[in-house]
Structures are given as C-alpha cells and as structure tokens.
Design a protein around this ligand. Sequence first.
Ligand SMILES: [Zn+2]
Length: 164
Amino acid sequence: MTWFLTCFEKRNQPNHSEKMLSAGYKAGDEVDSKCTKCKMVLAHTILAMVGTKIAKVRCNTCNGAHTYRAPPSASEASAARRRAEKKAIVADAEKLRTTASDFEAIIKGVDASGANPYSATMGLELNQVVEHATFGLGVVTELREGNKAHIAFSDGGRILVYGR
Ligand SMILES: [Zn+2]
C-alpha cells in the first residue's frame, strides 16, 4: 500500500504544477502586445505558444499576425494583475448596466425637457434634471450635506457639488 501512496503522490505533483501553469496564457487568449502595423499596444489574440511563452499573436485591430512583442512594462505579474483588473472592470460594467436600467426608470419618471446645463454654482432640487457637459442627462436622486448632490447618469451615479 505504501508504494501505491508514494507513487500516487509523485504522480500528483506534475498535475499540481500543470494547474499552476494553466493560470497563464494559452492559445486563443487575449493579450496586450505591441502591434507592428498599428504601432501601438493593442489587444491581440494568441495564435501560438512556445512552452509558457507567447510566440505568435494576431492583432484584434488590424487582424495582422506577427511575433508577440510584450508591451514595455509587461511582466507576467503585471499581466496577471491586468487580467484581474479587467475582470474587475467587467464586474463594474455589470454593475453599471444595472445602474443604467435604474437610470432608465428614473429618467422616465421625470420631465427631462427643461434640463438646465449643470454647473457647480446652480441650485439643485430633488428629481431635478440637469444636462452635464460630459455625462449627459442626469437626475438628482439625493441631496447631501455640504452642497453635494447624488446625480444618476446613464452610466452610473456621481456625487457633484452645487450652489457654490
Ligand atoms: Zn494591428
């Protein structure tokens, strides 16, 4: 029985490290690479791997295939971090989508025809509609102390000052 356990443990070790490696890149994954045609760091799809290294990629922008060129600051650690950040951004986008549908409901309940351009000096009331130069139409959903207003925009809520 002991020989079996020893053998089993030994056989298990490579599996363990394989699992560690599979956390890295594989063909078909997206990776940032410098594109030789676009001359920019852009999203690429991995075409071929050599061991754990990315060999060939295809530019998602110009569709050109070329050798992988790591972006200037890219290390495996930062790449992993960027993948994690990307996941966080996707999670945020999920949240924003929910907020966007909330916004739809909010904007339907108010009269947006008389929206005034937003400025930090304007007075605000609850449910007032403002037109922000960058964020577009927004609805005041909350007034807070210190002349701060929570305003719902189509891409999420923001705290903006007013009456200053
Ligand atoms: Zn390109």
